[in-house]
Design a protein around this ligand. Sequence first.
Ligand SMILES: Nc1ncnc2c1ncn2[C@@H]1O[C@H](COP(=O)(O)OP(=O)(O)OP(=O)(O)O)[C@@H](O)[C@H]1O
Length: 221
Amino acid sequence: MLEAKGIQKKYGDLHVLKGVDVIIKEGEVVSIVGASGAGKSTLLHILGTLDQPDAGEVSLNGKKISGLKGDQLADFRNQHIGFIFQFHNLLPEFTAEENIWIPGLIAGKKLRDIQKRSSELAKMLGLSSRLSHKPSELSGGEQQRVAVARALLNYPQVVFADEPSGNLDTKNAHALHNLFFTLRENSGQSFVIVTHNQELAKMADRTLTMKDGAILSMMNR
Ligand SMILES: Nc1ncnc2c1ncn2[C@@H]1O[C@H](COP(=O)(O)OP(=O)(O)OP(=O)(O)O)[C@@H](O)[C@H]1O
């Protein structure tokens, strides 16, 4: 359903992606691994429309999404794609609940519907009793779960995660990894996860190994 063909990206003389082809199926959890500098985050950003390729195309359900611009791009991203980063990027002056609401508010949904979805997600993620707290009053694991809830608010078809457990201790990382699979079972989203965490990489349905801007191997479980 998400398809990238012939993706190339250069930064000056540095050829970071050298013609990458990827297909991510509906409900699939795919991990992307490889040495530092191999081009993993660059590829993730291009697949998630945060960055544009110099050559090649990305499409979702047959519709070309690379090349979208301005409001069209912002609307598309907000409605179809979720992002989770290593440093959760929560807004510090807002409560956990308000942070979760943001994609819904941007999409212009009714507050009543946003609240309903947000409390459903909070319940699923074990956050119900922490919603009135600001990010600084939450543990690292809780902050990352708020970021997951925010990413899922608009029922995205694909969730992209860049080192989602990179900042968590082993126990919280393990819980977060299991959560991705529970979410996939419950709602059928696809997850594309860049990670240096061996446990998470191995749990995925498929692991793409990148080297020097190309996919070196693809391993199915
Ligand atoms: N905006 C940019 N401008 C110039 N060079 C960049 C830019 N973004 C990334 N690079 C370079 O492109 C290469 C690939 O970066 P990328 O972040 O995709 O690697 P990565 O595989 O995710 O690495 P890591 O595991 O260390 O996060 C690196 O050499 C990096 O320095």
